[in-house]
Design a protein around this ligand. Structure first.
Ligand SMILES: [Cu+2]
Length: 144
């Protein structure tokens, strides 16, 4: 019984992971525009400098990320902590740019770490309280 239940849950998990429709590439233009717009917003905004740290914390509150924009060094672990009363998520604006934090693993007081190993600009958003460029949005700028 236990073994069967375990096997079933593994199958469920495997099924979840393969939910990528695979057709996203054909809508590349739209995605790129949103990404560029989100990066522009970050460039125009106030970016907190947190370079030289091994780990940096970003709080998800209701309904903002604090700090909204940060600049970190390559290889920094960014710890997202849900300090709000609501469920949130952390999704990259550019799909696949980093591993998303899904809502079902980001209840109040939950936390998750994403390591940013590549230089670049990584805007993200909470799809429950925002869009790719409005509302509950944030961004990580990774420098050498
Ligand atoms: Cu949210």
């Amino acid at each position: 019984m236990t073994t069967a239940a375990f096997a079933a849950s593994v199958l469920l998990l495997a099924g979840c992971g393969e939910s990528d429709p695979g057709g996203a590439a054909e809508e590349g233009n739209t995605a790129d525009e949103a990404t560029q717009e989100a990066i522009d917003l970050m460039d125009e905004g106030k970016v907190a400098t947190e370079t030289g740290e091994e780990e940096v914390v970003v709080d998800a509150v209701d309904n903002n990320f604090k700090p909204k924009y940060i600049e970190v060094s390559k290889g920094t672990a960014v710890r997202f902590v849900n300090e709000g009363r609501n469920i949130h998520n952390v999704l990259p604006v550019q799909e696949g740019a980093f591993e998303p934090i899904e809502a079902d693993e980001f209840d109040p007081e939950d936390e998750d770490v994403i390591v940013f190993d590549e230089v670049g600009e990584f805007p993200y958003y909470c799809s429950l309280h925002g869009t790719k460029t409005k509302g509950m949005i944030g961004g990580i700028r990774v420098v050498e």
